[in-house]
Design a binder for this molecule. Structure first.
Ligand SMILES: *[C@@H]1O[C@H](CO)[C@@H](O)[C@H](O)[C@H]1NC(C)=O
Ligand SMILES: *[C@@H]1O[C@H](CO)[C@@H](O)[C@H](O)[C@H]1NC(C)=O
Ligand SMILES: *[C@@H]1O[C@H](CO)[C@@H](O)[C@H](O)[C@H]1NC(C)=O
Ligand SMILES: *[C@@H]1O[C@H](CO)[C@@H](O)[C@H](O)[C@H]1NC(C)=O
Ligand SMILES: *[C@@H]1O[C@H](CO)[C@@H](O)[C@H](O)[C@H]1NC(C)=O
Ligand SMILES: *[C@H]1O[C@H](CO)[C@@H](O)[C@H](O)[C@H]1NC(C)=O
Length: 254
């Protein structure tokens, strides 16, 4: 895989899968635009990237439309082109149909779906010029259902459906669109989603049974899959949702 000369936007790059993806792609020669809410965190990740000159930081809150516009404008102004969009930013909250709220629905759909919708709209004219591609980070929750994270799962199912629809719309124009669907990955997502330290420890213990490979995944394993889908090696893959979940999507309780 070689991304020399390729310009890649990674949203949510200040932690977890986004951070691992940024570092991974930088080692493969990519020029990066990294977005995140927290400038200090972004700066920390940029220092782990291979070549400082190939990292452009764009602080952004993806619930803010102007911020989304600025991600595209600033990237194209800085590098003159865009080759790959990695839609990674996302949030997780728990809630069932009995204790969710419309406010929660709006938060999840705005952050996990509406932002991607708009960012992708704005990115596509530039991707058409470079015959670039899009990788969306979804979740195993997009393809299988779990109780207790209703709005989150609905938002991720939307991401998968968007991925397939946009893939078909852009296929003949030479732009590929794919998603990765991580299972439980060792990031701060769950704790930020409201789990206490104890609940999180129990949650991780349970991954030994809920993931066929018997362990949670690492951000670098998702990053490698994102890099593959974004690379020319995946030239004949579009509209795919690729699980990176230790086999979880294939399992049934028994
Ligand atoms: C910034 O990094 C700290 C330490 O890793 C983390 O606790 C915090 O949630 C991060 N903030 C954002 C907005 O990502
Ligand atoms: C981004 O560029 C577009 C097109 O030039 C312009 O309409 C829009 O106002 C710009 N937005 C921001 C936030 O810079
Ligand atoms: C909603 O209810 C579920 C099941 O009773 C519980 O596990 C969860 O913590 C509750 N979530 C909220 C946000 O109250
Ligand atoms: C994923 O990919 C498609 C195509 O880029 C995009 O339209 C969609 O909004 C993206 N976002 C999500 C959440 O999938
Ligand atoms: C993709 O695969 C199809 C079916 O095997 C083949 O006809 C097509 O030429 C391939 N496209 C590319 C870009 O390799
Ligand atoms: C959605 O996904 C999460 C994370 O895997 C899972 O724990 C939750 O139960 C799912 N919720 C629904 C309603 O599918």
């Amino acid at each position: 895989m070689n991304f020399a000369g390729k310009v890649i936007i990674v949203t949510g790059a200040s932690s977890g899968i986004g951070a691992a993806t940024a570092v991974f792609l930088s080692k493969l020669g990519a020029k990066l635009s990294l977005t995140g809410r927290n400038v200090n965190n972004l700066t920390k990740i940029s220092k782990q990237c291979e070549t400082a000159a190939n990292v452009h930081l764009i602080p952004a809150d993806l619930t803010n439309e102007k911020d989304i516009e600025n991600i595209i404008n600033s990237t194209v102004k800085h590098y003159g082109q865009l080759d790959v969009l990695v839609n990674n930013a996302g949030i997780l909250e728990t809630g069932t149909i009995e204790n969710t709220s419309l406010a929660q629905y709006d938060r999840l759909m705005n952050t996990n779906v509406r932002s991607i919708y708009y960012l992708t709209m704005l990115a596509v004219p530039h991707l058409l010029k470079t015959k670039g591609n899009i990788v969306n980070v979804s979740s195993v929750n997009g393809i299988r259902s779990f109780p207790g994270v209703l709005a989150y799962n609905v938002s991720k199912a939307s991401v998968d459906q968007f991925t397939r629809c946009v893939a078909l719309e852009l296929a003949l124009k030479g732009v590929r669109v794919n998603a990765v669907n991580p299972g439980v990955i060792l990031t701060e997502l769950q704790k930020r989603g409201g789990l206490s330290d104890e609940q999180y420890a129990a949650f991780l213990e349970r991954t030994k049974e809920t993931h066929a490979l018997g362990r949670p995944g690492k951000p670098e394993e998702v990053a490698a899959t994102i890099a593959f889908l974004a690379s020319d090696l995946a030239s004949n893959i579009t509209g795919a949702s690729v699980p990176v979940d230790g086999g979880r999507h294939a399992m049934c309780p028994r």
